[in-house]
Design a protein around this ligand. Sequence first.
Ligand code: MG
Length: 257
Amino acid sequence: MKRVRFRDPAGSVRTGQWLDEEGNVAPDEIAGEGGVIRFADRTYTPDEVEILPPCEPSKIVCIGRNYAAHADERGESVPDRPLLFLKAPNAVASHESHVRLPAEKECIEYEAELAVIIGEQCRHVPASEALGVIDGYTCMVDLSNRDDQDRETNWVRGKAFDNAAPLGPVCADPEHVPEDASIELFLDGERKQDSSREYLIFSIPELIAEITTYMTLEPGDVIATGTPEGVGPLADGNEVVVEIEGIGRLRHTVSIP
Ligand code: MG
């Protein structure tokens, strides 16, 4: 099932299902493109509604350098434990949003990431039980302001600016996202990132165990599992599309003031 939060034409916020054109549950359907959205006895086309982020996180816990090929392209070593940083709730942006990037920066880059949505309040979760606290998976772009990231230690300016985390379009059931799910990013239609979840250095259960050693995760919190290789700079007017197998396609544009 692919759950989608949306604002209906009357202005109500609903959680419905993203279905195929015929209104059937179709795990392989690319949510975010075509199909229909159903809530109760109402069915909408995606352009009749406003797609909202699939959850309302109290925090987004991000993982740095969790793919060896990306650490390599950044000229960094692979960490010996998960590298953690945070984005605040204001970083969330929705599917089809227009993200206004910080002004007067030389290099702001895209990073396609598989994101985990937490389903229950949890702390001290052993890796062996971690799959039980997952609500589902979604797509995220970890927008990264390298000008400041490369000058600061805690990456607040570099990673946590408003709308630095486009998220969506749906929350997909974990069983529909294979262990080797493909993760791709297209910039103005050209494929720039092409990898797979199988290359994660620290697995999702290991990440949940490590994070919950230090902090409580709340329902709706997000863990962004890191980006594979192929990151690159954004220019004014670019369209960014992240596609992850079993979830769908998250699209947004950027403007540089
Ligand atoms: Mg990242």
